[in-house]
Design a protein around this ligand. Structure first.
Ligand SMILES: [Zn+2]
Length: 107
């Protein structure tokens, strides 16, 4: 019975719309690689003392560049983005990410 329950919660967590997922796209300042990562807003958020939530994430690209890109995102109590910071890279849009992926496939 315990096994079935845990199985159920597993499916409940993964099915349907990905409302807890928050994608960010960044470009590495050193090599120009565009990296995408998904944050789980249910599990990666830390509560801030002053209210709302914060997420820290370190991204490293797949190419031969070991630049660590540090990202900090601040959310309000309703998990809406308030502001974001990045070091060693810059935020790009989903469209720019997809364009970079398309370029990679052509070469
Ligand atoms: Zn890089």
């Amino acid at each position: 019975m315990g096994f079935l329950n845990s199985l159920k919660s597993l499916f409940a967590g993964s099915g349907g719309a990905d409302t807890a997922g928050y994608w960010i796209y960044v470009r590495c300042h050193r090599c120009g690689e565009v990296i995408a990562t998904r944050l789980d807003l249910r599990s990666s958020l830390s509560e801030r003392d002053e209210g709302g939530y914060v997420v820290h994430k370190t991204l490293i690209g797949n190419q031969f560049c070991f630049q660590r890109i540090e990202v900090t995102l601040n959310f309000d109590q309703n998990r809406r983005l308030l502001d974001r910071e990045i070091s060693h890279g810059e935020f790009v849009s989903k469209e720019e990410y997809e364009a970079a992926q398309a370029r990679n496939r052509q070469t």
